[in-house]
Design a binder for this molecule. Structure first.
Ligand SMILES: NC(=O)C1=CN([C@@H]2O[C@H](COP(=O)(O)OP(=O)(O)OC[C@H]3O[C@@H](n4cnc5c(N)ncnc54)[C@H](OP(=O)(O)O)[C@@H]3O)[C@@H](O)[C@H]2O)C=CC1
Ligand SMILES: Nc1nc(=O)c2c([nH]1)NC[C@@H]1CN(c3ccc(C(=O)N[C@@H](CCC(=O)O)C(=O)O)cc3)C=[N+]21
Length: 306
């Protein structure tokens, strides 16, 4: 390939910065009008990838002028106690959005928690009603990581209609929504998971390969079609050769970048864009809440003024 290596990296930072700048303007206007946006993150137990995410949420929310609060709960909390905490946040008009960090400990049914978040505060699009909207292609509150991953594919300029796409990993939060978003764009989508007989055989056919599994270096160069676009969603913590902790994705970037035409780096790829889209979703949620407020109280205000 004649292009210098660096142009193969599909970086999330520049797109994220544009989104955050726009969010910042909207947030300042909303705050001046008496509706300051606020995001609340719920973490249960300890997970490295969650720590990285929450740290960046806090930092970028600060830049965007969105309030941020982390509620951290011990791993032995009961599902009932968590549900009660979520109901409290639903009822609090100062809270715009709620995100439940995954995974939660095995004794807590994540679906019950996701369904407990009021759909108007569901900034991740994980409530069953929000997930349904993806099937209907109503995407203004789409799951952040899936939206970020598809956005980076679009940055390549590849024609999505008829594109052969393979998604490795079929979680509700990443793999499945990516598949739906891309089907809506006209791509032909194959979804692989741990029971797939040969992930490699599917992956090698892909013009665009999305990987969201949580296993460092799962995807090697011989699993990638020359010229493909590889979107690496994995965030894994490991100890580097220098003894320092670092994050790596699910793709063996060093070898794959010799074969692929585009690859998202980790860090610096999907992650920063995920955070930006979460903040943008918070503003979408705020605007929906304000519209409901106007619809409910606007007439009363008018009557009072008469
Ligand atoms: N960059 C970002 O913004 C984000 C990054 N992440 C990261 O993405 C990764 C995946 O996250 P998430 O989807 O939540 O994880 P889950 O653990 O929920 O899902 C992992 C998926 O990978 C599949 N899988 C497991 N082993 C294999 C294998 N050997 N071959 C093929 N498929 C396999 C599983 O299949 P099965 O269910 O059949 O076992 C499952 O569908 C993690 O590293 C996470 O930290 C997550 C969210 C956002
Ligand atoms: N309900 C839920 N939704 C998620 O989207 C979700 C989750 N739970 N649990 C954990 C994983 C992981 N995840 C990350 C997102 C962004 C970065 C991120 O910002 N990464 C930067 C910074 C890296 C760094 O600071 O070292 C980067 O990749 O460049 C990291 C990790 C979202 N996840």
């Amino acid at each position: 390939m004649s292009r210098p290596d660096d142009s193969r990296y599909l970086k999330g930072g520049p797109v994220a910065q544009r989104i955050i700048a726009a969010v910042r303007e909207d947030a300042a206007i909303a705050a001046a009008e008496g509706f300051p946006p606020k995001l609340v993150s719920i973490t249960v137990g300890d997970t490295d990838a969650v720590d990285v995410y929450v740290r960046n949420q806090r930092a970028k929310a600060g830049l965007a002028g969105i309030g941020f609060e982390e509620r951290r709960f011990a791993a032995d909390i009961t599902a009932g106690e968590l549900e009660a905490a979520i109901h409290g946040l639903n009822a609090d008009p100062r809270v715009t959005g709620i995100i439940i960090q995954r995974p939660v400990p095995a004794h807590v049914p994540i679906k019950i928690l996701q369904a407990a978040v009021h759909p108007l505060k569901d900034v991740e699009g994980m409530h069953p009603a929000s997930i349904g909207n993806i099937v209907y292609n109503q995407l203004d509150l789409a799951p952040c990581t899936a939206a970020a991953s598809v956005e980076l594919l679009k940055e390549t300029g590849l024609e999505l209609k008829g594109l052969e796409v393979v998604v490795v990993g079929h979680s509700e939060i990443v793999g499945k929504p990516i598949a739906f978003l891309l089907m809506s764009e006209g791509a032909t989508v194959t979804v692989c998971h741990h029971m797939t007989r040969s992930v490699a055989a599917h992956a090698r056919r892909a013009d665009a390969l999305f990987v969201a599994v949580g296993k460092p270096r799962l995807i090697k160069a011989d699993m990638v079609k020359p010229g493909a676009c590889v979107i690496d969603i994995g965030i894994n913590s490991e100890t580097g050769p220098d003894g320092e902790s670092r994050i790596v994705g699910d793709v063996d970037t060093e070898s794959v970048k010799e074969v692929a035409s585009w690859i998202t780096p980790v860090p610096g790829g999907v992650g920063p864009l995920t955070v930006a889209i979460l903040l943008r979703n918070t503003m979408v949620a705020l605007n929906r809440q304000r519209a409901l407020y106007r619809a409910t109280y606007g007439v009363a205000d008018k009557l009072a003024a008469e």
